[in-house]
Design a protein. Structure first.
Ligand code: C2O
Ligand code: CU
Length: 589
């Protein structure tokens, strides 16, 4: 192909202008078809069911895929089509799977959100997810119905650059680290506790997992203290034995780190090894060296490490809890230099992690993440609509909820995608949700009137416009408590224009927004008592949730629904939305 292109170019040089035009068009066509030919359709057949598994050496019921936990890794190239034939083998529960970070351009019914993009897949039924992965990066997938993500329904989704293309950095090998947190209590018990009065909080996790592997009641690091913790089962092929990272000296490795935790914010560190961040949520970032990585639920990063340390030793890789007073030992695995034994214990203890409530550390880290300008589109300089979303902890009839502008999200039984497309007004609340909150709301104090209401209304966004979201954090129900919330948007990436303290003020904060090189991502955090400003373009017809990625918070209502260009959506597969009020409609027309 190459050499014939070259000879064609030399022929072109000696021809008339019209001929040149025709030949050039032909050349462009050839290039387009070759790259299209290189794109593949990749099929996966998955059975989802409960299995007995020991993620942290304690046997539990876990939601697995094809008898495995975590689910199989999907690996594809940019431009490929993924087809997942999903079979629900849970005997008594519906199911959906969401492809976190994949924008679903043109396939909003494949987003895998129960009551939003589709009907749940019933026990013993099938559903086919077919979608394109258009952008290289580190992603994952997870259940998006009830708290099925907390039940263990998740796995990695890695998209490589298209054939013939290169990443803007070099590496010799890579590892894939999917981070999660794990409870011994069943998710059903967790759900019921969260929606009870009196309220029962799920507490801190029993363990944090790396690729579904952790160690309950065993601190590997205890080898360095006189702790009396039980013997750790690190060797052998136990389901909980750590996934050791085997490396050669003097090479560069890419660690793909994604967090699908239910609750915890985490910090990942490797003794003596600096890291260079190069990717966040499937977008290139300006490379920046860090000592350790803060990662919130819903985020992903790629970091490069160089194995330039004394090769006769192994080194701890540790994962510790941030942002909440931890009651969970750090997750650990080993960076194993060739040719040491994989479980040869490292000589130096795991890196000291920043204190859980050292928010200054978190903010410094977060503010270091900026777009790689040559590879990232710039945000529009103006917005068409700006929506302020106040995050509060509230009560409804005595039940504790999370609310956004005083509405706590409850999902309707008919998926929005079908009901909006067919204009079924009875399917969800028809009022427009509030654009902002009261000017005199004191974000530093518990709410004066903590009562809020349930709601299922939708922010209908005009197609192809620029939307700003100002997320505003506040004090929770208890005094002097304000939590971190990582907010995740479906169907889009957004530019993170900035983070700030206190209440956002147009007068003082507008000028601080970064329009030059803001990171482009799908998840962004709000810090305690702070604000975060986001901008995105409504260029993807669909109905998209925007929500806190902490599973219990979403369960307690912490989210909103956006819809854009719904009248442009063609060919929604019947099976996706054929339930609730939409079930009464006949064939798609
Ligand atoms: Cu990974 Cu709606 O979330
Ligand atoms: Cu939250």
């Amino acid at each position: 192909m190459r050499s014939s292109n070259i000879s064609m170019i030399s022929t072109i040089l000696s021809m008339s202008p019209l001929n040149v035009l025709v030949r050039c068009l032909f050349l462009i066509f050839c290039c387009l078809t070759t790259s299209a030919l290189a794109a593949k359709t990749r099929h996966f057949r998955w059975d989802v069911g409960n299995i007995l598994w020991s993620p942290d050496c304690v046997e539990n019921l876990v939601m697995g895929i094809n008898g495995q936990f975590p689910g199989p890794t999907i690996r594809a190239r940019s431009g490929d089509t993924i087809v997942v034939h999903l079979h629900n083998k849970l005997h008594t529960e519906g199911l959906v799977i969401h492809w976190h970070g994949i924008r679903q351009l043109g396939t909003p019914w494949a987003d895998g959100t129960a009551s939003i993009s589709q009907c749940v897949i019933k026990p013993n039924e099938n559903f086919v997810y077919r979608f394109k992965v258009d952008k290289a990066g580190t992603y994952f997938y997870h259940g998006h119905y009830g708290m099925q993500r907390s039940a263990g329904l998740y796995g990695s989704l890695i998209v490589d650059v298209a054939e013939g293309e290169k990443e803007p950095f070099h590496y010799d090998g890579e590892f894939n680290l999917l981070l999660s947190d794990w409870w011994h209590q069943s998710v059903h018990e967790q759900e019921v506790g969260l929606s009870s009065n009196p309220f029962r909080w799920i507490g801190e996790p029993q363990s944090v997992l790396i690729n579904g592997r952790g160690q309950y009641n065993c601190s590997l690091a205890a080898h360095f203290s006189n702790s009396t913790s039980k013997l750790c089962k690190i060797k052998g092929d136990a389901q909980c034995s750590p996934h050791v990272l085997r490396v050669l000296p003097n090479k560069t490795y890419r660690l793909r780190i994604a967090s699908t935790t239910s609750l915890n914010s985490l910090n990942l560190a490797i003794v003596n090894h600096k890291m260079v961040l190069v990717e966040a949520d499937g977008n290139y970032i300006d490379p920046v060296a860090v000592e350790n990585v803060d990662i919130y639920s819903g985020e992903s990063y790629s970091v490069l490490i160089t194995t330039d340390q004394n090769p006769s030793m192994n080194y701890w890789v540790s994962l510790s809890v941030r942002g909440r007073k931890p009651n969970t030992p750090p997750g650990l695995t080993i960076l194993n230099y060739h040719s040491n034994a994989p479980f040869k214990l490292p000589i130096s203890p795991p890196s000291k992690s920043p204190l859980w409530n050292n928010y200054t550390h978190s903010k410094i880290f977060t503010n270091k993440i900026l777009a790689l300008e040559s590879k990232t589109s710039k945000p529009p300089t103006r917005f068409n609509r700006r929506i302020y979303l106040l995050n509060t902890q509230t009560k409804i009839n005595g039940f504790i909820k999370w609310s956004i502008n005083n509405i706590s999200l409850v999902l309707p039984s008919t998926p929005y995608l079908g009901s909006m497309k067919h204009n079924l007004k009875g399917a969800f609340d028809q009022i427009s949700p509030p654009e902002t909150f009261s000017n005199n709301y004191d974000i530093l104090k518990p709410p004066v009137n903590p009562n809020s209401t349930y709601g299922s209304s939708v922010y209908v966004l005009e197609y192809n416009t620029t939307i700003d979201i100002i997320l505003q954090n506040a004090n929770a129900l208890a005094s002097n408590v304000s939590e971190i919330h990582p907010w995740h948007l479906h169907g889009h990436d957004f530019w993170v224009l900035g983070y700030g303290e206190g209440k956002f003020s147009e007068k003082n904060d507008e000028k601080k927004l970064n329009l030059k090189n803001p990171p482009y991502r799908n998840t962004a955090v709000i810090f305690p008592y702070g604000w975060t400003a986001l901008r995105f373009v409504t260029d993807n017809p669909g109905v998209w949730p925007f929500h806190c990625h902490i599973e219990p918070h979403l369960h307690m209502g912490m989210g909103v629904i956006f819809a854009e260009g719904v009248n442009r959506i063609k060919n929604i597969p019947d099976v996706a939305v054929n339930c609730g009020l939409t079930a009464n409609l006949t064939k798609n027309t």
